[in-house]
Design a protein around this ligand. Structure first.
Ligand code: SF4
Length: 571
């Protein structure tokens, strides 16, 4: 039977609706172990689950991303029905807020409970409906490992005043390490007698081995589409909502049981080797030992607190070595929670100085003023467009699958368009590194990551791309830009041997453009970055280069940018 028909038949009676306490569970909180649902007995709880076509029309998401969200949402509905929870399930063209308001009126529901949504976009959607009469009862979202108080304890209250003409948080710096140090102590994870296990906070320097096939990468379990997933795919194939990528090969877990089984596999088989190869890139083994659970964690199927507790237990049982356990835990209670707070305290980067892509004859500064004026007047929800390095070139066709001839870039893009996922080093040191070096628009890059990655939601993608990856926030989240020449990719991957370009040659035809782009980047941004202590060494090396060397590097870099912009093969 079709899923929505099943939901229709499982509708509670009016009497039953009245008897129960109603909770809205959004698409990214699909569990009954956190939020208001966790505090209710199954036979007194009712949940509202919604599919919004408006959300799908906001941007053309990757097909696999929409399937993993909707199929998990539908399976979650059935799982909750099976344990005795009443379910009101709706699919509609309206926003979440509009659908909730309609349901509240239809059933005369009292204020609907929900955990404060993780996505700013959903918070905005609901607050619009609240203006029209929707009544909600928010509680703190305990799916996170940290709270707003934790952030304030480490960094103090977010800045309220505008310093020297900048945005509210402009000029500040938040270091993940400080936050992570605090979180390790707070949670007691990898702590021994009040000290960090192994005598230090981070084992990052042990996590930089290149992969040469010495350890076999275990085969991942596959979860082929069941009837419900096939129905979702069929719906998406016919509803006229624009998507990208492919449904082909969809095999992600969509039930609570399969999500848990996938995590058990990752913990037992992948985590022991995760640490040493965390930063390695391999053409043969694109996923290496990465758990790739972010898509499931970011919809609430796996909970970060439970996942890190499992890793702690595996470390104590000597099933996972310290460097791997620490590297993984740092990603969860360090980076993941840190990024969520950064997004929160900057209101999705809107409180930073906006230095967006200047249209027509306006300078960036003029446009920035215009934008701020417009924002304050009529458009409170324009996307954040900080760009401390004033990068404004459009994202080139290579990011949408047009062959560039740069093996690392084509491999990363191919993987994303097919799977909706690559591991973090391809995101940071190939896709974002190239965009930052070339001066592609950080906003466009952010939107690209947002639609193409199965695990991207506003709180994580804007923080990672506008913040850490492109230095658009001017150093709020990173002490220096994450940029490198060809040497890093050559050292950490097996890509360069398969590339027509030469990583050891910096200028002239056939040279790898990364190196020339790197020096040109330093040259162009010397005013902003020249005084940065962490950039001292590269600037010293740049200053030792002759005028001819610098001119040749500039020429090589500019030719590569032009070729990329025209959608040509870089040669
Ligand atoms: Fe990438 Fe350059 Fe290596 Fe080619 S040679 S794979 S472009 S880093």
């Amino acid at each position: 039977m079709a899923f929505l028909q099943r939901m229709q038949e499982a509708l509670p009676s009016r009497h039953e609706v009245k008897r129960r306490r109603w909770v809205f569970v959004p698409y990214d909180r699909l569990n009954d172990r956190t939020g208001p649902l966790a505090r209710l007995k199954a036979d007194e709880a009712g949940i509202i689950l919604l599919e919004s076509e408006r959300k799908g029309r906001n941007r053309p998401y990757h097909k696999k991303k929409v399937v993993v969200v909707l199929s998990n949402l539908r399976h979650f509905a059935l799982e909750q029905l099976a344990r005795g929870v009443a379910v009101l399930y709706r699919h509609g063209p309206e926003s979440y807020g509009e659908q909730l308001l309609r349901l509240q009126r239809e059933y005369a529901l009292p204020p609907i409970q929900l955990a404060l949504p993780a996505e700013r976009e959903l918070r905005e959607d609901l607050s619009l409906a609240q203006k029209d009469g929707l009544r909600l009862d928010y509680v703190e979202d305990d799916a996170w490992v940290s709270t707003r108080e934790d952030w304030v304890r480490v960094f103090g209250e977010p800045q309220r005043e505008t310093p020297r003409g900048g945005g509210r948080e402009s000029g500040r710096q938040y270091l993940m390490e400080r936050f992570y140090r605090y979180m390790r102590k707070k949670t007691g994870l990898l702590m021994k007698n009040g000290k960090f296990a192994g005598g230090k906070l981070s084992f990052d320097e042990q996590n930089r081995r290149r992969y040469k096939g010495e350890v076999r990468v275990p085969r991942r379990p596959s979860f082929p589409p069941d009837d419900i997933t096939r129905e979702v795919i069929d719906m998406l194939s016919h509803n006229g909502i624009e998507t990208i990528g492919t449904f082909e090969g969809f095999d992600l877990p969509v039930t609570a049981k399969d999500c848990a089984a996938y995590w058990r596999f990752a913990l037992e088989q992948l985590l022991p080797f995760f640490g040493p190869y965390e930063d390695a890139m391999s053409a043969e083994e694109p996923m290496l030992f990465h758990s790739a659970i972010s898509a499931l964690m970011n919809i609430g199927r796996l909970l970060p607190g439970e996942v890190v507790a499992d890793v702690q237990a595996a470390y104590e049982d000597k099933r996972v070595p310290l460097a791997s356990a620490e590297g993984f835990i740092r990603q969860i209670i360090g980076w993941r929670e840190f990024m969520r707070h950064i997004h929160d305290v900057t209101d999705g980067f809107r409180t930073l100085t906006q230095n967006p892509d200047p249209p027509g004859n306006l300078t960036a500064n003029e446009y920035s003023h215009l934008l701020v004026k417009e924002r304050n007047r009529a458009a409170p929800d324009l996307p954040a467009m900080p760009s401390a390095l004033n990068a404004h070139l459009p994202l080139p066709p290579a990011y949408w699958g047009v062959r560039s001839g740069m093996f690392c870039l084509d491999t990363a893009v191919g993987q994303v368009l097919e799977q909706g996922w690559t591991h973090h080093i391809l995101r940071l040191m190939v896709l974002s590194n190239l965009a930052t070096l070339c001066g592609f628009s950080p906003r466009e890059l952010t939107d690209w990551f947002w639609v193409t990655y199965v695990d991207a939601y506003d709180w994580v993608v804007e923080s990672n791309v506008l913040g850490m990856a492109t230095f658009s926030d001017g150093g709020l989240t990173a002490t220096k830009p994450y940029v490198s020449g060809a040497a890093y990719i050559h050292r950490m991957s097996d890509y360069c041997g398969r590339c027509a370009l030469n990583p050891k040659q910096a200028t002239g035809p056939g040279s790898c453009p990364f190196t020339a782009l790197y020096w040109r980047f330093l040259e162009r941004h010397e005013k902003v970055l020249g005084g940065n202590q962490r950039m001292l060494m590269p600037y010293t090396t740049l200053h030792r280069k002759t005028d001819q060397e610098r001119a040749a590097l500039r020429e090589r870099a500019e030719r590569a940018v032009e070729q990329l912009q025209r959608g040509e093969v870089v040669d």
